[in-house]
Design a protein around this ligand. Sequence first.
Ligand SMILES: [Fe+2]
Ligand SMILES: [Fe+2]
Length: 278
Amino acid sequence: MKRFLPVDELARDARFAWIHESERTNDPRSGPQNNGNYQRAPRFSPDDEDSLDRARGLMHGIFMGEVQALEGAGRTCWDFDTGAGEHEAPYALKLDMARQCWDESRHVEISIKLAEWMGTEIGEFGEGRGLYQAACNPDPALRLTAVNRGIEGLAIDVFATMRKFGQAAGDPVLTFCEDWMLADEVTHVKMGSDWLRRLTADDPERRERALEFQRLVDKIFSSAGRAEESKEDARQFRKLAGFSDEDIDEAHVPLAAEEERAARLALVAGSRTVAPSR
Ligand SMILES: [Fe+2]
Ligand SMILES: [Fe+2]
């Protein structure tokens, strides 16, 4: 089996359409305020008639993220030789990734049942593949920083928001699905925080580079713009997942536009430059 499977070779059937992340986040069904960052998505309320449609689109995006998180964690078990070198993965890391595969498989199944419950068809919304592209990083420490600490940190925000929406709407199915997935994601984010330190424990220079990357990732995915009512949840869950208050405060200091662009490119630097076929 091939190592470092390129993003355009993921196995998908005819239901799935791969589109640019920008096209996906600009889907008009996601609402006019959506600007590509879930943290800034408008609030969800049972009193707002657009909320259900926006929630369906958001949870379809999460479903695709679960599929790619499963693929990424599986690749991390396979792409690297077992060992302690910079381009190797220790056996204990592979065990964590195997556990994550188990969790993500369950999340895919939960997401499919939740989609049915919400009246969504698989493939009704396009698939962006940013998560998998971040999971192509050739350095396992940076791979886990980008995917686990960064993108799954953002997923925590979505699950916490949707859990509240489910409670407010009196929908126990949505509420329990979000609650169960949220619990696992906190563990996955913590793996990202912990493995950066463990993998770089004996290499100060590698540690420095990894922490610099982590600082940028935190700014992209754990930064300002969150709605007032979800800010405290976001902080508490991140603290459970290995962030310090200083990390979170630092993430709120914005990057200049050019730096942010460079940081987003660095996030997917390990992925082959290919575009969706349509
Ligand atoms: Fe998940
Ligand atoms: Fe996860």
